[in-house]
Write a protein that binds this ligand. Sequence first.
Ligand SMILES: Nc1ncnc2c1ncn2[C@@H]1O[C@H](COP(=O)(O)OP(=O)(O)O)[C@@H](O)[C@H]1O
Ligand SMILES: [Mg+2]
Length: 402
Amino acid sequence: MRAVRSNEVFNPGAFPKHTYVIRKSLDTRFTYEYRLEQALHTVGFLTSIIGPSKTGKTVLVEKVVGIDKRVLFSGSDFKNANDFWEVVAKKVGLSIEGDLINTNTTQGTGVADNIETRSTTTKQKFFTGKDKVIEYFKQNNKVLVLDDFHYAPEEIQYDIAYQLKDAIRLELKAIVISLPHRTDDAIRKNPDLSGRLNLISIEPWKIEELREIATTGFDKLGIKISDDIVTNLAQESLTSPQLMQSICFNLSFYLNIDENEEIDSITDKSVLKDAYNLITVNLPYSEVVKKLEAGPNPRGQKRKTYALTTGENIDIYSLLIKAIAEDPPITSISLDEIKRRTDLLIGSNDKPDRNKVKNTIEQAFSIIKASDAFYQVFEWKDNQIYILEPLFLFYLRWGTHI
Ligand SMILES: Nc1ncnc2c1ncn2[C@@H]1O[C@H](COP(=O)(O)OP(=O)(O)O)[C@@H](O)[C@H]1O
Ligand SMILES: [Mg+2]
């Protein structure tokens, strides 16, 4: 038996205690962990962490604060809540019921009125309850962590910001985590909070940082892995540490590393293709691909097809999907790069021109824009495709559908 099992070493679903990578924040000499420590030590300030999905925001807080000191909420915990402090008190097992002061505030009619009314009501009703909660957090050295703040309805976000503004002044330690872009305007653009915020923006992962997950992990398993394989794994992870964890685990599983102790190195690149393919079998993107390949309704007309170097004949929408999936694996692809890739895929002289390619991307984007959130796998802006979901691109590259 090896000392540890591969699914303990590589953990795409939770805190990776064997393969946690400490990263430096962009353009600074400081690590994210150090910056979060500093932020938490600044009395009277609120800490706001933003970063793209699955870049390690939740695990960063778990690392620095620890699960025993962290009191964790999700934005969605406040969906149907009338009172912020009531939800918080309940979680830590405090009763604030006895402290209710009954007030009969009439509800306003407009949206703005409602927010105003709610704030005043809350302030009067739970004034002592709130103090009790804050006192509890201070005495027990707890940190209030509000994860996935973007899941809280917008009007509630402003109410929460209002509550937190007061609470941090009373020295409550609080961290708000959310996705970038507009989703935390209630915090970052809130004039009441300006000058009282510590801002930490988590940047996309670099190849070097992703590599560290594999080198540390395989070392723990007692396995040597060649440099070029590690680089390949990191490139295929498409900036996602979660995908890197998943790739490393599945590679270990595919090679049967836990059971076969004779394996002491990974140097054969030819196994990667099948290991990658094994990951895609569980990914839920076949519907998305189908929808994109179908394109807009052709209204009874048959679409023109293009002859690929492989001998296949496919229409422009399938061609676009293929082009996105081509090498090199990158998450931001320019129109010119897509055009270059389609030219390479097509064997004959009959290639779609730049405008035709552009128009196809625009059509495909409007199809996903009009669909559910799940379909929002890329964005098209300033002649550039931005892949929003690395797993989707991974699926396109290694799934068997193609
Ligand atoms: N610093 C890190 N070192 C190693 N793996 C990490 C790190 N940060 C994130 N991961 C991997 O990515 C996964 C997702 O991280 P998570 O914190 O849940 O992302 P977010 O909260 O930003 O959506 C983790 O479960 C872990 O497998
Ligand atoms: Mg998270």
